[in-house]
Design a protein around this ligand. Structure first.
Ligand code: ZN
Length: 714
């Protein structure tokens, strides 16, 4: 099928599709069978290209299946009509043999890496040195897809071979598996350019959404396996490994189910009908991409851009580095090439790398590290969190040596062991996490992580409530819990007591000067003066800070009490419901449930907390000590944002995020914490990451910047 047919005669294909659909039940005379099958093949191939390459569809799944089944049926009845480009031939039966080793038509070179503008400038200098003084140089840059390299050979327009990169000289022959990738055309009209044989290179990738979906399915399967006491399936760790592993599956049917994709971007070798080398038939890399694109391949043609200055190239690279978290495919850098093929030839290559191209590597998102040890930390709610101590690694410019393992189930799910090599990942501003361990790198020195049965602080037996995955120490007098609770109480988020930091709380707890919340308001300052480092001024600051906190708006106290599941937003909402926080002791679960954003779990936690005699006592004591438990009437600056919801993300030039949130509330608006269809406005600052990406997918959300927001409340 020619390029023109694909791009200009879509309507003809649709018309023919409809015609064929009508004829499916008709009797086809024998002399028309071959043509009928050819027509079926060509429309199915057209719809495959639409769907898998252009991400567009002009046929229902149902109609597509009807056409496909009909073709299959006719081919079964008439095996002589099966041709290599038939869509039914994409998925072959299981392979018995090992993959054969095949030589690439010309070696697949790797690219030299660069990491910053200096490296790029060096590259630019080398390029200029190789060319004549007044040569005009164009650079063409495109994303570097993080997948598994592949080389496809087409002869007389038919796909005849596919191979992995291997050592660059030879790779594994994986033709049947490549055919199962639907974005790879089985037939492409190279002959219109006089090309009779061609090797093109690219990357087999897995879209992140596909990876996520596969893992979701595995988790479902695992639930069943768990009930049957069978060994669970390992989850896929990342898109690149999964794509590479899938290419080497022995069952093309299974490869087809993995929904891989192939992006082609280079002509490795080409020859004409006389066997002459015409690899450089087109004048530029741009033209190569354009040609592959028009022949029905998936290419970076839309993403590529051409520059004449290396500084602009760097800007483009940085732009993509920022954007990569919201891009549907993993990319680990950019590829920069001299656009002109004639110039590429002049510049030449070393034995390992072409000298006219370079890879610009992004800061790593993933790294391998060694798990040395696991520590068990107790939080203020008594939750035990396992924390992995790993060999320090650099990820996106930050050194990481300690990572939460969340809970026991997480460790079991991922089968993480001490001394394992683990994959650490960090995306944007997200907290680093462990993706999994590499079982294939085990040496036998690994040991299973033993979860404690008793609290590391007070030695109380740990309990795990039904339907929860977290072990807890339920001893109300557990020293570490008390300490963590008090640190939380004085923190910025809660009572915001100036001059009272985490270290001070630890010292005071150690010296037995504070034991619970009320004791903070009864501190013996003479005793504080005896502690090293405390001078008259710092003592006065602390005293003032504690005194001032008594007048805090009462939602701060609510946060400070540390009721489970209650954060700042819920606390503010709750505080508006009653005249005095002690009134909540009269509330039943149902009343809490009536409140916006309060689910059954939170309602129960609130009801239990306020009905508890000790807690009632605590609130009473605090009121007597002078703390404000009453509602403070806030006077709104305006009602301009009434009924509207906002979420701010990223950093802003004029105001902090907290200030903007306050402005929203002061003008009658409401802050949300997550992107959903309930959100009206996303205020996006610099480095707005995943929330922005998510909001872009929901049409009803208006995305505004800080200035536009400020105009709304002017
Ligand atoms: Zn304990």
């Amino acid at each position: 099928m020619s390029n023109d047919l694909f791009s200009n005669q879509q309507n003809d294909f649709i018309a023919q599709t409809n015609l064929l659909l009508k004829k499916l039940d008709d009797f086809i005379p024998e002399n028309e069978l071959e043509q009928f099958c050819e027509d079926l093949k060509s429309v199915i191939n057209f719809h495959d290209k639409k769907y898998y390459v252009d991400a567009d569809s002009v046929i229902s799944d149902y109609d597509y299946d009807l056409l496909f089944k009909k073709l299959k049926q006719l081919e079964e009845e008439n095996p002589n009509l099966i041709t290599a480009d038939s869509p039914t031939q994409r998925v072959a039966k299981g392979l018995n043999n090992e993959f054969a080793t095949v030589a690439h038509l010309v070696p697949m070179l790797s690219l030299e890496n660069s990491y910053n503008i200096t490296d790029l400038q060096d590259f630019d200098t080398q390029v200029k040195k190789a060319l004549s003084e007044n040569a005009i140089i164009e650079y063409i840059a495109e994303p570097k897809f993080d997948g598994s390299s592949i080389a496809l050979v087409y002869e007389n327009d038919m796909l005849i071979r596919a191979a992995t990169r291997g050592n660059g000289i030879e790779g594994d022959e994986i033709t049947q598996n490549a055919k199962a990738i639907k974005s790879i055309p089985l037939k492409a009209n190279f002959s219109q350019y006089g090309i009779s044989k061609i090797e093109i290179r690219g990357e087999v990738i897995m879209e992140l959404a596909v990876l996520e979906k596969l893992n979701k399915e595995r988790k479902k399967q695992n639930e069943v396996l768990r009930q049957q006491n069978k060994k669970e399936l390992e989850l896929y760790k990342n898109a690149r490994n999964t794509a590479a592993g899938s290419l080497r599956l022995k069952n093309p049917q299974e490869v087809a189910e993995r929904k891989l994709d192939a992006i082609l971007y280079q002509i490795g070798y080409a020859e004409d009908t006389n066997g002459n080398d015409i690899t450089n038939i087109f004048e530029s890399h741009f033209k190569n991409l354009e040609t592959l694109d028009s022949l029905g391949f998936k290419t970076p043609f839309k993403e590529k851009e051409i520059f004449t200055s290396i500084n602009d190239v760097e800007q483009f690279c940085l732009h993509w580095q920022d954007k990569r978290d919201s891009y549907p495919i993993d990319i680990d850098g950019m590829v920069i090439k001299v656009n002109s093929i004639q110039q590429q030839q002049v510049i030449g290559r070393t034995s390992h790398h072409p000298k006219w191209a370079i890879a610009y590597k992004f800061k790593a998102k993933q790294a391998y590290s060694k798990l040395h040890n696991v520590e068990f930390q107790i939080g203020r709610t008594g939750a035990i969190t396992p924390v992995a101590k790993i060999e320090p690694v650099q990820l996106m410019g930050v050194e990481i040596s300690s990572i939460s393992l969340h809970n026991e189930d997480f460790i079991i799910d991922k089968d993480i062991r001490i001394n394992d090599t683990v994959i650490v990942e960090r995306a944007g501003d997200v907290i680093p996490y462990i993706v999994g361990s590499l079982a294939e790198r085990r040496t036998g020195n690994e040991t299973k992580i033993q979860f404690p049965t008793h609290c590391p602080s007070c030695n109380h037996t740990l309990v795990k409530p039904i339907e929860e995955s977290i072990w807890r120490c339920v001893n109300a007098n557990c020293p570490v819990q008390i300490e963590e609770h008090l640190i939380h109480f004085v923190s910025k988020e809660a009572m915001n007591i100036f001059g009272f930091g985490e270290e001070n709380v630890r010292t005071f707890v150690n010296q037995n000067m504070i034991t619970d919340i009320p004791s903070i308001y009864k501190i013996d300052y003479d005793k504080v003066a005896t502690i090293e480092g405390w001078k008259t001024k710092s003592i006065q600051n602390l005293k003032d800070g504690i005194e001032k906190s008594k007048q805090n708006e009462n939602w701060r106290l609510l946060v400070g009490l540390g009721v489970r599941h209650i954060g700042v937003t819920t606390a503010k909402m709750l505080a508006k419901q009653v005249d005095n926080l002690m009134d909540f002791s009269e509330w039943n679960e149902e009343q809490f449930l009536q409140l916006e954003d309060v689910g059954p779990k939170v309602a129960l936690a609130l009801q239990q907390f306020f009905a508890d005699e000790e807690n009632k006592n605590l609130l009473n004591q605090l009121q007597k000590l002078g703390l404000n438990l009453s509602k403070t009437e806030t006077v709104l600056a305006s009602n301009k944002l009434a009924g509207k919801t906002f979420l701010c993300t990223g950093t802003f030039p004029l105001n902090s995020r907290d200030d903007i949130k306050k402005m929203v509330e002061n003008n009658g608006g409401k802050n949300l914490s997550a992107v959903s269809a309930n959100l009206d406005y996303l205020i996006a600052g610099e480095k707005a990451g995943s929330k922005l990406a998510k909001a872009l997918k929901i049409d009803s959300i208006k995305i505004i910047d800080e200035n536009e927001f400020l105009k709304m409340i002017e």
